[in-house]
Design a binder for this molecule. Structure first.
Ligand code: ADP
Length: 973
């Protein structure tokens, strides 16, 4: 049975480029065999050698017995000319029937014909009954040459087929080369010049064909030269740059003079030095030399004994450079004639060029290999896409990171690459979008981070830049991936450690700071009995505690920023409010330094969409720097303007300024320009880096214009709020008065309340109060009708909302009154109304419940609050707190989060769920907890405020006095 090829589409032409292109299915063992065979084919000097190599190669690739038959004088009778692993009884002769011959002629290819009995002869020739594979080999002048494989183990696998075809195609090429060489020499009809041309062509071909394997190339060229000039033997000596001498690179006895194999001794052992000396002489003189001139008698007599009449040495010169020497021996009685000498010259020149090319090629390849070894050795993954967006380079590390083989990626275009990356990247569209945009830009250099999920989860930092050649032509784009998984993990651990330590420091600091504040009093002047010296020392302690607190706050902010846990509560904010709040905070500091802060706000500024506390923090940091780094009694200017989509805030000082070199650096962490100068004024070098992160997180940017000695202007932007109406919230320390049913001169009353730092809001009825922040005072105008007035009073004191509020009523002389409710005449002047409202607020004792399990912090808080005139109850656990809240209805609950038993969030949830206690204002106390987004959690649960420990006295009081409520105007994005 004759086995057909595996599939019709596989074709059968040996040199079919499709076959060659699909070489990648071959196993490495097969590739090695093919490569070795190809080298041997190249060195072969005659046809039989090639055929022998072919059958052995077939055995190595397919492990099957095989034989090669060629036709003799008659086409039907074929003789075996080579065979490998042939079974006993295999025949040396093969007779083909006319049908088989016809089929061979028709197909010229792998032959099939299971049903044809005429193939029986072929099977007999191999002495087998099993399947056969018959492969015609083009080998002129034979009409037919067949390679026959016996396949006792069944059909060949596709990759064996493929390897076989490639092997045959190599052999055919080698046979063709030998045939052409022989033709040149034997074709008497060739004219002299044609012969030269043909020989030169052959040498050039060899040079091009084998330039990557210099040894084989030299053998092939030498063989060609010996054949072309019918010379017996020869050698090519190459000039070695390192030893600065000639070395034999190839020595051959021509196949036509095989019987004179002794000739090779001229380039071996005892005779080698003289041959090299002869070659050196020719090289030095730069001309052809014949050895008959040699003075070495021993050598001459050896030549003579070998029948050599001349040893001719021809320098091999390429572009004036000596690359080596060609030596050939002439065995005829007649010395080489002028015509032959001409050919020799031309061939020598061709040889020199071929050697030089091969050297350049080897050097280029070496350079390339070295470069790719370096690229492979780097710890970063490198991927380069050429200008057609095809993969050009992918190094070992990249293959490892992406778990793909070089073959999978090589030459792939962007589309194919995307398919592969789809299963590797966590967010493929993001990566593809990024890459596509970069590929459109011939200049952009960027860094980005991407997560991959296969073959192993990693966080990769990817740097990308265009690759340009020496002439600035775009060659493609390089992507360098660095594994930063571990680095990030360490960073995370570090900043978690920092935040844990800082967190632990906060609670004791709260207690120390509070204690010192208690001892020193609000004005830091200390109680009467305290000696001045003790007061001074305590003041120093308090200042240092505050400094420590600032430092810890900064460090915690940095940790939060680095962990991406900055939580912003964006809302529509009035620019003026923001600026005023910041200036108010810095007012005392500026005063203390004999400086003033001026404000210049463009009229009609739109509101910004930003986080109130964080934006104030940025302004305060810039203002504090401006004050710190100014000298003498200068002023600082805070200005704001808009360009439509952004509001620009600028803080200008006329202080020491910052040189250009430092302007870039100063937004980095811990950078202080002149630490000795900074030490005088204090600071951590963190403020600007925090400000930058906060600005950018809010969608703005920050920059600096400065000149040394001439002051600085720091400017940052915040986005304008998109069409949301601005509602001026009572800021943290602005009390609020509600006016119920008041009509007389409302505008003037509002203006006057404003002038003493109050906010006023009118409400029509009590239902309107539900949506409003808890007020400090409710001013209600009583109706003229006494019974209506009575009803309103009843309503006010029973209503859940108004019951806890300080109340001022405006009534008639006959209006009803209630104990504990202050009333003044409805026709009182605006001044009188304000005075009365203030006294209502002042005399009302707010009831505050402190819930904290820390036995050091709790008493300090209690004392601070009591000193401010509040009625304070304190408990250490949540359950007791809930009972007290329900029974005693405190106005404000200061609630610690971390407590044993039920924690603060649970207490908060229960307070807000219970309709009886839902209106109680709850302010959450916590040391900064980075573990969870606690802030948003408690605000969601309905907390009215949030205080981070350590708590300053001022902040505590202002928060208890006027908590800001969460309402529908709070836009969290
Ligand atoms: P800190 O002020 O706590 O040292 P910052 O990050 O706020 O940290 O500032 C970093 C450094 O930048 C300061 O130490 C100072 O050297 C310089 N700097 C900041 N603002 C100004 C300014 N307005 N004028 C001069 N130098 C300034």
């Amino acid at each position: 049975m004759i086995i057909p090829p595996r599939s019709p589409s596989e074709g059968c032409g040996g040199g079919d480029p499709e076959w060659v292109a699909s070489l990648d299915i071959l196993e490495s063992a097969a590739l090695r065999t093919l490569y070795a065979a190809s080298r041997q084919f190249a060195c072969a000097t005659n046809r039989n050698e090639i055929l022998d190599l072919l059958v052995k190669g077939v055995c190595a690739l397919t492990a099957t017995p095989n034989a090669l038959f060629t036709s003799t004088a008659t086409a039907e009778r074929l003789l075996r000319v080579a065979g490998c692993q042939l079974p006993e009884g295999a025949r040396e002769e093969l007779h083909l029937s006319p049908q088989v011959l016809a089929m061979l002629d028709m197909r010229g290819a792998l032959v099939q014909g299971e049903s044809a009995p005429e193939w029986a002869n072929v099977a007999t020739s191999m002495n087998t009954h099993g399947p056969l594979l018959v492969l015609p080999i083009p080998m002129p002048p034979q009409p037919h040459a067949l390679l026959i494989l016996a396949l006792p183990n069944g059909p060949l696998a596709p990759h064996q087929h493929l390897a076989l075809i490639n092997l045959v195609s190599d052999a055919v090429r080698a046979l063709d080369r030998i045939a052409r060489a022989e033709a040149i020499w034997h074709d008497a009809s060739l004219s002299h010049s044609n012969r030269i041309l043909a020989a030169v062509n052959a040498v050039t071909d060899i040079g091009l064909l084998y330039s990557n394997v210099i040894d084989q190339m030299l053998n092939a060229i030498l063989n060609q030269i010996l054949n072309a000039l019918n010379l017996a033997a020869g050698a090519i000596l190459i000039y070695n740059d390192e030893s600065e001498d000639l070395e034999v690179a190839s020595a051959l006895v021509s196949s036509h003079h095989g019987q004179q194999s002794d000739l090779i001794s001229l380039w071996q052992a005892a005779f080698l030095p003289t041959s090299i000396a002869e070659a050196r002489k020719a090289a030095n003189q730069g001309q052809v030399l014949a050895s008959s001139s040699s003075e070495d008698q021993f050598f001459l007599s050896h030549l003579h004994s070998l029948g050599v009449t001349q040893l001719i040495s021809v320098p091999l010169l390429a572009g004036g450079w000596l690359t080596g020497v060609l030596q050939v021996v002439v065995c005829d009685a007649n010395p080489i004639n002028q015509y032959q000498s001409q050919i020799l010259h031309i061939l020598a020149r061709q040889t020199a060029v071929a050697i030089e090319n091969a050297r350049l090629f080897a050097q280029t390849r070496n350079d390339q290999e070295r470069t790719s070894a370096v690229v492979d050795a780097t710890n970063d993954a490198i991927l380069m896409l050429d200008e057609r967006r095809r993969v050009m380079i992918i190094n070992r590390r990249a293959r490892f990171f992406f778990g793909i083989s070089e073959r999978e990626l090589q030459e792939k275009d962007l589309e194919q690459l995307s398919i592969i990356f789809n299963r590797i990247f966590e967010d493929p569209p993001r990566f593809h979008g990024w890459l596509r945009q970069l590929l459109r830009s011939p200049t952009e250099r960027v860094v980005a981070e991407f997560r991959i999920i296969r073959p192993e989860a990693r966080l990769l930092q990817c740097f990308s830049a265009p690759v340009m050649d020496l002439h600035d032509r775009y060659l493609g784009r390089i992507l360098v991936f660095r594994d930063i998984t571990r680095e990030r993990e360490v960073e995370r651990m570090k900043s978690e450690f920092v935040s844990n330590v800082s967190h632990e420091l906060r609670t004791p600091l709260t207690s120390i700071q509070g204690t010192l504040q208690l001892v020193l009093g609000p004005k830091r002047s200390g109680s009467e009995g305290l000696p001045q010296r003790a007061r001074d020392l305590l003041n120093v302690s308090l200042s240092n505690t505050e400094r420590l607190i600032r430092l810890i706050n900064d460090i915690l902010d940095v940790a939060k920023i680095e962990q991406g846990r900055i939580e912003l509560r964006r809302e529509t904010l009035s620019v003026e409010d923001l600026c005023r709040a910041a200036v108010a905070e810095m007012h005392a500091f500026a005063n203390h330094r004999g400086m003033s802060i001026d404000m210049d706000l463009q009229p009609g500024l739109p509101s910004v969409l930003a986080d109130r506390d964080r934006s104030t923090q940025i302004l305060i940091n810039l203002l504090s720097n401006a004050i710190k780094f100014s000298v003498g009694s200068q002023s600082v200017l805070l200005s704001a303007r808009t360009d439509g989509s952004m509001v620009y805030f600028s803080v200008r000082d006329w202080g020491r300024g910052i040189d250009l070199e430092n302007q870039e650096r100063i937004f980095q962490k811990f950078v202080q320009i002149d630490s000795s100068a900074t030490r005088d004024v204090g600071g951590t070098g963190l403020g600007l880096s925090i400000s930058k992160a906060l600005v950018e997180e809010q969608g703005g940017r920050i920059w600096l214009e400065s000149e040394l000695g001439r002051g600085s202007t720091f400017t940052f932007t915040l986005p304008v709020a998109p069409g949301l109406p601005t509602r001026t919230e009572p800021s943290g320390n602005q009390p609020l008065a509600l006016l119920l049913g008041f009509t007389n001169d409302t505008a003037r009353l509002c203006a006057q309340f404003n002038s003493v730092g109050w906010q006023v809001r009118e409400v029509d009825d009590l239902s309107g109060l539900v949506d409003l922040p808890t007020a400090h005072v409710l001013i209600a105008v009583l109706p003229h009708d006494p019974s209506a007035a009575q009803a309103l009073l009843d309503h006010l004191s029973s209503n859940e909302i108004s019951r806890g509020m300080p109340l001022l009523t405006l009534g008639q002389p006959h209006s009803p009154t209630r104990p504990g409710i202050k009333m003044i005449a409805s026709d009182a002047s605006v001044d009188q109304i304000i005075q009365a409202a203030l006294s209502v607020v002042a005399t009302r004792q707010l009831h505050v419940l402190v819930v904290d399990d820390d036995r050091y912090v709790r008493p300090v808080l209690v004392r601070l609050l009591q000193r401010h005139g509040f009625r304070v109850t304190n408990v250490a656990d949540g359950l007791t707190a809930l009972t007290i809240i329900e029974q005693a209805r405190p106005d404000v609950v200061l609630l610690d989060v971390k407590m044993p038993g039920i924690d603060g969030t649970e207490v908060l949830r229960r307070i807000k769920e219970n309709p009886l206690t839902a209106m109680t204002r709850v302010i959450i106390l916590t040391a900064n907890d980075l573990g969870e987004s606690l802030q948003s959690q408690v605000l969601r649960l309905g907390a009215d405020g949030y205080l981070e420990k350590p708590i300053t006295y001022e902040r505590l009081i202002s928060m208890v006095m006027s908590p800001r409520m969460q309402d529908e105007n709070h836009h969290e994005l």
